[in-house]
Design a protein around this ligand. Structure first.
Ligand SMILES: Cc1cc2nc3c(=O)[nH]c(=O)nc-3n(C[C@H](O)[C@H](O)[C@H](O)COP(=O)(O)OP(=O)(O)OC[C@H]3O[C@@H](n4cnc5c(N)ncnc54)[C@H](O)[C@@H]3O)c2cc1C
Length: 530
């Protein structure tokens, strides 16, 4: 059973190691408070529904309404944990086929209901939250539209219903010798429809590309009718309609079927970690690996603060102590940067690339740990989000943000984001711990991903207000440095006010016009994106 107020399966725990607890006490302060409202407390806040239970495939059960009321953003967590959720969908629809989708859209049009398409509910920006409005809201859970439609091995294209989750996609494709290769950290619960609607990027984007590169075609039920985008390998027939669907965040319709490019399961795949003597050297190496187009599947460079946090999270004091001694003998100090490299492909190519990367890294005085840390990284690659539960229970709130800038702006942007976060709560005498890594790479620049941790206050308002100050400070820093407000999380509610800085007035106008031409009734996920 999934947690209704946190990350993941209720039976899975990822406790904080003592080393990490000590570090947080030192850097952020002694925890002052932690509170978790019960499910019953939240259920008691649900208003009477404004719809009848007889609407196609819709349930008005309170428990369904609660489970679909919020996603995974930090403000969502704060509201759920303090029992301060004040808007719920009036009902939750569970369509099983295209006919249900069509009927739902017709009913919404006729009755002025609003529809919120819902994949796995892993949005971190308020995408699926009902906003307060005088019209009834139905959340459309795609969980029953979750299977493969077909596969064309010759064309290397598979078609799925949009509600299929990451593990189910991979299980299905693996049984036929293929992989999609899309592994966001939310893989366990997020869905193909959600990935397309938010322009998601997976951990192995270096090799497989982001979802944009895999997205080949779709059927979308819009209030204007069904939009069908057939698969062609590429096209110069004017602007690409696929681009209107990517990142549409549920505003133009409901994605029913999606075609994606698939790849053969790699003959060999492995992940290795290296400690680079400094951030600057690590930066030079990842830039080189990217611009010289090494055939890797993953690259990830942590800054020294994140490297330290990773070692403390591992918690194995003796082994870490030995590792640190070894690293310092090899010239890697506390300023070292952890570099994770993934290789996937034909054995011959993987072996050759691995040799070349190792010798490059050796030239830059990096220290290999071979697959020791790489294997641990692989084992825990989808488990880290469970730490959010343990951090909250310990008294700390954690959030992440991401942007993308050209190579020549990376250093200054990271500095500005981290310093803005670390000074955002000075007026309250509160400390914030922020650290970053680079994780998706392009010839012209990488994406920056920053994590920050602060203390939960005694009350809802102060805890939420701290998040608002932090989010605003970091977003301003991103805009100052001309980064994008999001590289892969999207816009939703929380990035909306910063979007115009990136798109400009004309750009925002075009987006609004595009949405209203698909949805002149304003029934699709109103209030999100623009
Ligand atoms: C712990 C954690 C780790 C994460 N890691 C990553 C990461 O590595 N990379 C990354 O890109 N993101 C990541 N995310 C963000 C999130 O997982 C992605 O945005 C994901 O794509 C959302 O998918 P979902 O199925 O959960 O969609 P939801 O959260 O349910 O919905 C997101 C948006 O998509 C729309 N939508 C969903 N399904 C459909 C559909 N069928 N038709 C039309 N619109 C639809 C919704 O209306 C909403 O606007 C992470 C989130 C968490 C909590």
């Amino acid at each position: 059973m999934r947690r209704f107020n946190g990350w993941g399966d209720e039976d899975v725990e990822y406790p904080l190691k003592d080393t990490m607890k000590r570090m947080l006490r030192e850097l952020v302060g002694e925890p002052v408070y932690t509170y978790t409202a019960s499910k019953d407390q939240l259920l008691s806040k649900i208003d009477k529904t404004r719809i009848r239970s007889s609407v196609t495939c819709v349930t008005i059960r309170d428990i369904d309404r609660l489970y679909h009321a919020r996603g995974q953003s930090l403000p969502d967590w704060i509201s759920l944990r303090f029992g301060e959720v004040n808007t719920f969908p009036d009902g939750v629809a569970y369509p099983t086929d295209d006919q249900d989708l069509k009927e739902l859209i017709d009913i919404a049009k006729d009755n002025k209901f609003c529809l919120i398409p819902y994949g796995g509910g892993t949005s971190v920006l308020g995408h699926i939250n009902p906003i307060s409005m005088d019209r009834p809201i139905i959340t459309v859970s795609m969980e029953k539209m979750n299977r493969i439609v077909g596969i064309n091995e010759q064309n290397r294209v598979a078609e799925f219903y949009a509600g299929i989750s990451g593990p189910d996609i991979e299980k299905t494709l693996m049984s036929m010798g293929y992989t999609l290769g899309h592994f966001p950290q939310s893989f366990e619960f997020s869905t193909l429809g959600g990935w397309v609607a938010t322009k998601s990027s997976g951990q192995q984007s270096f090799g497989y590309g982001r979802i944009d590169n895999m997205f080949m075609g779709a059927e979308v039920y819009t209030p204007k009718g069904m939009l069908k985008i057939p698969h062609v390998p590429d096209s110069a027939a004017g602007p690409d309609i696929k681009e209107l669907v990517l990142g549409s965040e549920g505003r133009i319709g409901i994605l029913s079927k999606i075609s994606v490019r698939i790849s053969k399961i790699p003959e060999k795949e492995l992940f290795e970690a290296y400690f680079m003597p400094s951030w600057e050297v690590g930066f030079k190496v990842v830039k080189m690996l990217t611009q010289e187009r090494y055939p890797l599947s993953l690259l990830r460079l942590s800054n020294p603060k994140e490297t330290t946090a990773h070692l403390l999270m591992a918690g194995k004091e003796f082994i870490i102590g030995m590792l640190k001694k070894y690293l310092s003998l090899r010239g890697v100090t506390d300023q070292g940067s952890l570099l994770v490299v993934g290789y996937s492909g034909k054995s011959k190519v993987v072996n050759r690339t691995q040799r070349e990367v190792r010798s490059l890294i050796k030239r830059f005085k990096g220290v290999p740990t071979y697959t020791l840390i790489g294997k641990a990284w692989q084992k825990n690659r989808f488990k880290a989000p469970y730490l959010r539960n343990s951090l909250w229970e310990e008294g700390y709130a954690v959030d992440t943000l991401e942007t993308c800038v050209p190579w020549d702006k990376v250093g200054s942007t990271i500095r500005d984001i981290e310093e803005s976060l670390e000074s955002a709560l000075i007026d309250e005498d509160e400390r914030v711990y922020a650290f970053s890594h680079l994780s998706h790479f392009y010839i012209t620049g990488p994406s920056i991903y920053t994590t920050y941790i602060y203390r939960i206050a005694r009350d809802f308002g102060t805890t939420l207000n701290r998040w608002k100050k932090l989010k605003h400070a970091a977003s301003k820093a991103i805009i100052r440095n001309k980064g994008t407000i999001s590289h892969h999380h999207g816009v939703g509610l929380d990035h909306k006010e910063y979007l115009e800085a990136e798109k400009g007035e004309i750009g925002i106008g075009i987006l609004k016009d595009m949405i209203s031409s698909f949805d002149p009734y304003n029934i699709m996920n109103p209030g999100k994106l623009v």
